[in-house]
Write a protein that binds this ligand. Sequence first.
Ligand code: KIV
Ligand code: ZN
Length: 498
Amino acid sequence: MNNKIQIFDTTLRDGEQVPGCQLNTIEKIEIARQLEKLGVDIIEAGFPVSSPGDFNSVVEISKNIKEPVICALTRAVNKDIEVAAESLKHAKRKRIHTGIGTSEFHIKNKLNSNPEDILKRAVAAVKFARKFVDDVEFYAEDAGRSDNEYLARVIEAVIKAGATVVNIPDTTGYCLPQEYGEKIAYLVNNVPNIDKAVISTHCHNDLGMATANTLAGIVNGARQVEVTVNGIGERAGNTSLEEVVMAIKSHHALDYETGVNATEIIKSSKLVSTLMRMPVQPNKAIVGRNAFSHSSGIHQDGVLKSRQNYEIIDPAEIGLKESAIVLTARSGRAALRHRLQLLGYEVEAEELEDVYQRFLDFADKKKDINDEDLEILAGREKKKGKPPIELVSLQVMCGKSTIPTATVQVSFKGDVFTETASGNGPIDASFTAVKNLVKRRVRLEEFLIQAITRGSDDLGKVHVQVEHKGDIYYGFSAHTDIVTASVEAFLDALGKIS
Ligand code: KIV
Ligand code: ZN
């Protein structure tokens, strides 16, 4: 058996199912391009029948990506398969990923069916998909809780029908590593034609064991792993790409390899986190902000004597470079541009001027400008251009024994409007004033403030989700003043309502 592990990235499909993480087509292409640079073998680009937006994203990703196989998800339904095939028309290398639930829970309670009917539907779906493409992956949904004997029968039948890859998802993240490993071993030993297909893992992290289960799958014969950047995905997420790749890379005794260029890991992680508005937990393995920082005196001393005392991975291996240039309010444009380039941002002269002015403003308030701050400064300029509704001024009155009151001035298409309102806090008062001004029926669905914080002078990042006539609009801003950041984020979302 060969030792190359195929990396199947499902950040844009399973990852994108996370509420609030939806991307537009341009953002998806940007992530797909980064995944190509990262060196993944397969990109699951979406579930085309689910919406016109998803269909369009698969079409555009197919046009823009050359190396990885582009994969589209379907149910075991002919219409889904036809639509998936159509969306993959432009892909250089294409795969249809079809499947159905095989656990007793799914067969009885979800599909209201019986095992023999499910087996027939699985075979029919694979045969139908093979009419359109040569590469068909079959998923046995909830395989983690499926009876192994029945699962083996289904897998044998779908391989006979033409499946080239068989995916064994632990859909609910229930399996223990040994149990999941034994499931893969059972299939290797009991499916007579298993050598005609690649076995794939697809593990969810509900019990925090997705990476361990995936590795157990590999050790027992799986040669494809389904993963997401930062481990994002339904509920507690999917197996994290960077954890599996770096576990394989760090443990030579395992003797497996992937085609991933690990130095692109941090950049991929940051791009996904920024575009999906999904912060990475600081202690997340490999890509968390604290993953390579040492705080206790004993650890610092140990690392200074030899990095390996407390680090199993050289941060440079995953693309984490500590820049030697320290940016302060006295830094010039060239230093700023250089540091932005190191972070992967190409800024044109005019844009640089904007970012530089914002940088100076910020550097006056904050002593230590880190890469994260810069990405916010640059990312904001890069993404937004001139917003349709802009905050001109904001004055708040709050404190103990004071009724929180805010006076907000915004400019809309060149005209300036002012409104004062009170509320149960300065943000509530400001939002009420804004709502009175814009006169739209909007509902705040989600409001997230993150003080990423190393100090009280740090940036506060604010993400909001606003509902208007059944649609959701996202807004973001960052500022050292969290009330200002909140109002700007709110206006950012309102400005997107056409
Ligand atoms: O978790 C799961 O079972 C899935 C399948 C659709 C592959 O995501
Ligand atoms: Zn899944």
